[in-house]
Design a protein around this ligand. Structure first.
Ligand code: FAD
Length: 394
């Protein structure tokens, strides 16, 4: 079988690339190890930056999102027993959208497969890449129904298979560099069947550790609790979770937290990596396959979308007009935003975790940084700009 582009992975990155290619009438196929039902219900991100939504809308992919997403323009820090609201929307005129990732993935699968008739194969097994250095690479996989191995010859492979995929590992180690950072911190990521307890995102900076609160929908709220890296979620029974959230998010005048059943509870280690460059021969990495940023600043899905816009346009430009400039510029253009967001995530990680570090000097400088956001207009403007994400590229 012969295709122009094989997209490996049906997350936000792969599905967006696929849809852009379909719109440009480029022949492609998307391969996904999981089932459609699984990817349409896998809970993860929720915060989407304004420029990304605008770009989705421009490509006919933002209708449901624009109708249903909540608009967020304020966050609140809680530290030293007080509440500090940060109205970044008033400062900048910009905001975030909150739209759960499974809903976005559902919209994208529908647009790619049902509306635009794109070929997507779910449940594929044992995906392998071949001949990446040639101009006729190939991807093979085992068919879920028959177990037989199928080979797809193509011109390009888009590696969009996330942090645990196989495409990144197909690059010989001597041909790439992977920069890694491990904060040595865990977060217990929780989804509670409970309405949000605030009209905005909450960041609790407490000597016991960081706690976060983010609305997902009127019925479901995401919470985070800092914990030792690699901690067992079983160490966090219902009562301990809620007691710790109440302590770390407690502040004078704050309404009580609305409690509910915990429907997701897993430990994420706060680590980050960047693959440089993102291109090896005819393989182009996009999204978490090429760079991971822990959910500290809610940037990962936004970076995945940014890559997909760049890569989809670049592939379409090459295939339909013979214009290779987008492909040549792809890795550098993507990584400029990736490093910018990594730097901000690291800065924010220091703020979230400094007070609980056990180092009184670091705790002191962390609190000074935090107070500066509420006393210096220049510091506030810089924070707001990075928190919202740069609109510079689009
Ligand atoms: P993925 O979404 O991981 O998609 C990759 C796809 O490839 C998956 O469907 C996978 O099943 C498939 N796959 C894997 N291996 C193979 C293979 N060998 N062959 C074929 N297919 C394969 N980001 C934000 O911007 N904002 C947030 O608020 C936010 N919160 C988060 C909260 C949590 C708890 C987590 C875990 C992440 C969060 N993120 C957030 C990050 C965000 O979810 C990811 O950055 C985003 O999903 C990346 O998209 P992707 O398409 O690159 O990869």
């Amino acid at each position: 079988e012969r295709r122009t582009v094989v997209v490996v992975g049906a997350g936000p990155a792969g599905l967006t690339v696929g849809t852009i290619l379909r719109d440009a009438s480029v022949d492609c196929v998307v391969l996904e190890t999981e089932s459609r039902q699984f990817i349409e219900t896998r809970p993860r991100a929720g915060v989407i930056e304004e420029w990304a939504v605008r770009e989705l809308a421009r490509r006919g992919l933002g209708k449901n999102l624009m109708e249903r997403a909540q608009v967020h323009d304020t966050c609140e820090f809680r530290f030293g027993g007080e509440r500090y609201r940060f109205p970044y929307g008033d400062l900048t005129g910009h905001h975030h959208y909150v739209y759960p990732q499974p809903l976005l993935v559902t919209d994208l699968v529908r647009e790619y497969a049902d509306v635009r008739g794109g070929d997507i194969r779910f449940g594929v097994r044992d995906v392998r890449l071949h001949d990446l250095d040639s101009d006729r690479p190939a991807v093979s996989y085992r068919c879920p129904e028959t177990g037989e191995r199928r080979l797809l010859r193509c011109d390009f492979v888009a590696g969009c298979d996330g942090a645990r995929g196989v495409t990144r590992d197909a690059i010989p180690p001597e041909r790439t560099r992977i920069a890694r950072q491990d904060d040595g911190i865990g977060w217990l990521a929780l989804l509670a069947e409970a309405p949000p307890s605030s009209d905005c995102v909450l960041f609790g900076v407490h000597p016991n550790g960081f706690a976060g609160h983010m609305a997902r929908s009127p019925e479901v709220t995401r919470y985070y609790l800092q914990c030792p890296p690699g901690d067992d979620p079983e160490n966090w029974p219902h009562d301990r979770v809620w007691a710790e959230l109440r302590t770390r998010l407690g502040a004078a005048g704050a309404p009580p937290l609305a409690e509910g059943r915990l429907i997701e509870k897993r430990v994420l280690d706060m680590h980050h990596y960047v693959v440089e460059p993102l291109v090896h021969g005819r393989l182009l990495l996009a999204g978490d396959a090429g760079h991971l940023t822990a959910p500290i600043a809610a940037k990962g899905m936004n970076l995945a979308l940014h890559d997909a816009f760049l890569l989809g346009d670049a592939l379409a430009g090459y295939v339909t007009r013979g214009d290779g400039s987008g492909l040549d510029a792809y890795s550098e253009a993507s990584l400029r935003r990736v490093w910018d967001y990594q730097e901000f995530s690291q800065w924010l990680s220091d703020i979230y975790h400094g007070v609980a570090s056990g180092d009184p000097f670091r705790a002191g400088t962390t609190l000074a940084r935090l107070r500066r956001l509420f006393t210096s207009p220049a510091a506030a403007a810089a924070f707001a700009e990075q928190y919202l994400g740069s609109a510079a590229v689009f």
